[in-house]
Ligand binder design. Structure first.
Ligand code: BES
Ligand code: MN
Ligand code: ZN
Length: 488
């Protein structure tokens, strides 16, 4: 697994500024007032910092932006990174500042003079989040990451605040690795093995194999995997950190590769379908975070791991398959496979755990990208209280999320001539009809959220907290929601 940078927190030692190797970072408030460390830098550079802070370039910088003074006189370091950030910064600005420093770091050692900034742990969190890189398949010289030291006014206090945030970083990195991994490496077997290894963290991990799934009647899930050499699986991860209350259930779509099946996708862009297990990736990352920070909540994570391939044994368009719930599904399009996987796992989650709420995550539809682009995930819910709690958490974490409707009228589009329901509802409102399909498999009394993350799970551009590729979208929001709503 890609390991997050180990950030240490130490006392402020002004003489370390001139002596430090690698890079030194300082923070300057918006109005340009210099703090203790900045004054020392100004003195060492014979006023160069003061000139920079008085410049138009500095005034044009936004909160959290960084500019580098290269090879400054008076320093052993190669660079001084000057970050514009108020002492009482907002959380997003503090994270952005940390991320800006991580982008500049390369393999260098880094001394961050964070001083008495009130958001030191959030700066460190942003740093760690952006320090991600997926180089598992790059040969040649790997840059060994440099040591990152934050000099702060109250090291113990900041270290304590950072511990749960470091658990979030670990969860996000775990998710990103899963999502970035190609499908010849991350097979259903490999995915399940990575989850089984989380047993070490105190999670209970149970792997249901094809024979178990057949016995349970998960026929729509099994039908999706029939064309693949990789065995379909459902992995159940249980974290019992609460009392004896019913758990929250998280359910993830884990299609390790989606060719479309017999309704095969066009070649262009098909390689992106290595990320079609993104929902399962987020569920796994959240479970990792909960275990690492020993969350005081009961949460069960279930992922349906399958591969959607065309083959002599693959399911065909027109097939009718009976779900675990008992509803029959006419498979019009084998490329609408995610809902076939989820409906069985969601039904199983409710039957077995009688959860107090259920949240499913899936890279479910291309249509959600048409509707919301890459800024927001599609949110669907049958319960305003749970939904609003999630939206609030997502907003606080800066993870875009936008609610879409589930009005009954959309059910018309899913009517089948020969079965109870079709697996596609035509072009109009493709994300909503997908959600409506799932809703058939949610018991009326079960508060439920469906998150369509097709547009946000992996990006072709870097974002504030992530390089290009997998983002880990949702780990932060779900962890926060669990903390705020389910942990006393
Ligand atoms: N995995 C895809 C959805 C997807 C598209 C995810 C783009 C990420 C990026 C899903 O299984 C799919 O193929 N959906 C079809 C549904 C259609 C056949 C009703 C789609 O969106 O085209
Ligand atoms: Mn598909
Ligand atoms: Zn898919």
């Amino acid at each position: 697994m890609t390991t997050p940078p180990q950030i240490s927190f130490t006392e402020i030692e002004l003489d370390a500024i001139a002596a430090a190797k690698g890079r030194v970072a300082i923070f300057v408030e918006g109005e340009g007032k210099l703090g203790l460390a900045a004054r020392r830098v100004n003195r060492l550079t014979k006023g160069a910092l003061g000139r920079f802070v008085a410049s138009e370039a500095f005034s044009k910088m936004k909160q959290g932006d960084a500019k580098t003074l290269g090879y400054p006189v008076g320093f052993a370091a190669d660079a001084v990174d000057v970050v514009k950030l108020n002492r009482r910064a907002t959380v997003p600005d503090a994270r952005k500042a940390g991320a800006a420093l991580a982008r500049l770091q390369g393999g260098d050692d880094c001394l961050v003079m964070a001083g008495n900034n009130t958001r030191c742990s959030e700066i460190a969190f942003g740093f760690a989040m952006r320090a991600y890189g997926f180089d598992a398949h790059k040969t040649g010289d790997k840059t060994t990451p440099g040591a990152v030291t934050f000099a702060v006014a109250k090291p113990e206090e900041v270290a304590a605040q950072s511990a749960p945030l470091a658990a979030v970083v670990e969860g996000v990195f775990f998710t990103r690795d899963l999502v970035n991994e190609p499908a010849n490496v991350l097979t259903t077997d490999d995915f399940a093995a990575r989850l089984a290894a989380m047993h070490e963290l105190g999670l209970e991990v149970e792997i249901l194999e094809e024979a178990d799934l057949a016995k349970l009647g998960m026929r729509t899930l099994l039908a999706v995997g029939e064309g693949s050499e990789s065995p379909s699986k459902v992995v159940v991860m249980t974290w019992n950190g609460g009392g004896d209350e019913a758990p929250l259930a998280l359910v993830g779509k884990g299609v390790v590769f989606d060719t479309g099946g017999i309704s095969i996708k066009p070649a262009g862009g098909m390689e992106d379908m290595t990320m079609d297990m993104g929902g399962a990736g987020v569920v796994s990352g959240v479970m990792r975070t909960l275990a690492l920070r020993k969350a005081k909540a009961n949460v069960v994570g279930l992922v349906g791991l399958v591969e959607n391939m065309p083959d002599g044994r693959a399911q065909r368009p027109g097939d009718v398959v009976r779900s675990m719930k008992g509803d029959t599904v006419e498979v019009i399009n084998t490329d609408a496979e995610g809902r076939l996987v989820l409906c069985d796992v969601m039904w199983y989650a409710q039957e077995r755990f009688n959860p107090s709420g259920m949240i499913d995550l899936a890279t479910l539809t291309g249509a959600v990208i048409i509707g919301l682009g890459h800024e927001n995930a599609g949110v669907f819910s049958n319960n305003d209280a749970l939904c609003n709690a999630f939206l609030k958490a997502a907003e606080a974490e800066g993870e875009g999320a936008w609610r879409l409707p589930l009005s009954p009228g959309y059910d018309e589009q899913l009517k089948s001539r020969i079965a109870d329901v079709k697996n596609v509802g035509g072009r109009p409102a493709g994300s909503i009809t997908a959600a409506k399909f799932l809703q058939r498999f949610v018991k009326e009394e079960c508060p439920w959220i469906h998150l369509d993350i097709a547009g946000v799970a992996s990006l072709t551009k870097e974002s504030t907290l992530a390089p290009k590729g997998a983002t880990g979208w949702g780990v932060m929001a779900l962890d926060r929601m669990i903390r705020d709503k389910f942990e006393g």
